[in-house]
Design a protein around this ligand. Structure first.
Ligand SMILES: [Zn+2]
Length: 434
């Protein structure tokens, strides 16, 4: 599908000299691609979503003087011998020994959908390390057939107990529509809900240990490889973990959901009880209950393709029979019909699409070469996710015309230009458009 500017889009901002082009979201003016994995320096890093409004700026992936991104530097470190993986495994055995319960109750919790990562994590913990994990799932709203099947196989073939939580569908739809209109981020409500749900379940059920998958340095967050916990409360110092205190003393009415203040939702008649599942837990409760968040990827070397093979073998995981739109892969992020639009909108905002994400990761793990990555991007990057378009647009109550016009409003002029009536990125890993 060829996408040109919408009729109502003002084209003047896109028709200026390079140094005068406006920049959205505080992105770096000079677009740079990693010498090793092709990843763009426009790639945003995690930020506090509860403060995310239309005017927020982004932190982005950092590069060293040699033009290598932090994700690549981090991955090199994993292979350099700097990390003693045998020692790390002993640390994991110790951790498990400290937390393992033999009284029939759960001793750890793994959140996920039954995708390759959560499947491998939970399976290793239960069947290799003798833990008793509970698995918990925050439901996608538009389950794909393959996503539902993998979820079921995880429990029935893999052998796990699970809580599946489905939040109020009307509210989720409202938040998804707002997050799309205000932030061009249709996945934000899902991400917020999923992230906080695991901690809430751990606190409610008295489960002291939460496992996450890969370390955040793997995708370029500036968090040291020596940090095993998600929370900065557990380990402090340089490159420590994330803060759990998202609200930081703010009045709840001043917190954003979908780019709109909670105070405004309440004035519109939405009940606070209906928004609660999207809000973070009081970090004080987590502290008091002594709940810790550990990355399994700190203890065991994390290779996404190996997680895939592991899940196929042990939990009945199946790759998609059809190629995922916007990329070449068949086993990443398959559960929700909104997934494709999550990646497509990131491509609009940051010029980073799904093929770039997938290929950069596979280059770092030596499965494909830099040149193969470029060939795959030239073929698939930015492909419009047409397969579930109808359901997605119905879900957010928009026509295709309205959605594409909205996308235009999020195209930063320093990234995009129009060539022969078509939107084109000014800069790509295979060259620039003058
Ligand atoms: Zn890189």
């Amino acid at each position: 599908m060829i996408i040109g500017p919408s009729l109502n889009t003002d084209l003047n901002p896109y028709d200026k000299d390079e140094q005068d082009l406006e920049i959205f979201y505080g992105l770096p003016r000079k677009v740079q691609f990693c010498k090793i994995c092709n990843m763009s320096n426009q790639q945003p890093m995690s930020s506090n979503e509860y403060a995310h409004s239309h005017s927020s700026t982004k932190n982005t992936l950092t590069f060293n003087e040699e033009g290598v991104c932090h994700a690549c530097s981090f991955n090199k470190l994993k292979e350099s011998g700097e990390i003693d993986w045998d020692e790390r495994e002993r640390e994991l055995l110790d951790l498990c020994d400290r937390f393992r319960r033999e009284d029939g109750s759960y001793d750890c919790i793994v959140g996920g959908s039954g995708g390759k990562d959560s499947a491998m994590q939970s399976h290793l913990l239960k069947y290799k390390y003798g833990m008793h994990p509970l698995t918990v799932t925050w439901s996608p709203h538009l389950y794909t057939d393959i996503g539902w099947k993998n979820f079921q196989n995880w429990l029935h073939v893999g052998g796990f107990d699970n809580f599946l939580y489905t939040p109020n569908g009307k509210i989720h739809r409202l938040l998804t529509r707002n997050a799309t209109i205000n932030l061009l981020h249709p996945f934000q409500p899902f991400i917020l809900g999923q992230k906080t749900f695991v901690a809430k379940m751990a606190a409610q059920l008295g489960i002291p240990l939460i496992f996450y998958g890969e370390m955040p340095g793997e995708y370029g967050e500036k968090i040291s490889h020596k940090v095993s916990s998600y929370s900065s409360d557990s380990e402090s110092g340089d490159g420590a973990g994330f803060s759990l205190d998202y609200i930081s003393g703010k009045d709840i009415r001043d917190v954003y959901l979908g780019g709109k203040l909670i105070g405004e939702y309440l004035e519109d008649g939405v009940q606070l009880a209906d928004l609660k599942s999207y809000l973070p837990m009081d970090s004080e409760i987590l502290r008091k209950k002594g709940i810790d968040f550990k990355y399994l990827g700190y203890y065991k070397r994390w290779v996404p393709q190996e997680a895939y093979y592991y899940a196929v073998e042990n939990t009945g995981f199946e790759a998609n029979p059809v190629r995922t739109e916007g990329t070449y892969s068949k086993y990443n992020s398959l559960d929700d019909k909104v997934d494709g639009f999550f990646y497509f909108t990131r491509w609009i905002k940051f010029g980073v699409g799904r093929a770039m994400m997938d290929s950069a990761q596979e280059i770092r793990n030596h499965h494909i070469s830099k040149e193969e990555g470029i060939a795959l991007m030239r073929r698939y990057e930015g492909e419009y996710p047409a397969r579930y378009e109808k359901e997605f647009l119905e879900y957010i109550s928009m026509t295709q015309e309205e959605f594409l016009e909205l996308c235009d409003r999020f195209r930063s002029p320093h990234l995009w230009k129009i060539e022969y009536g078509q939107w084109k990125l000014r800069h790509t890993p295979w060259g620039d458009i003058k």
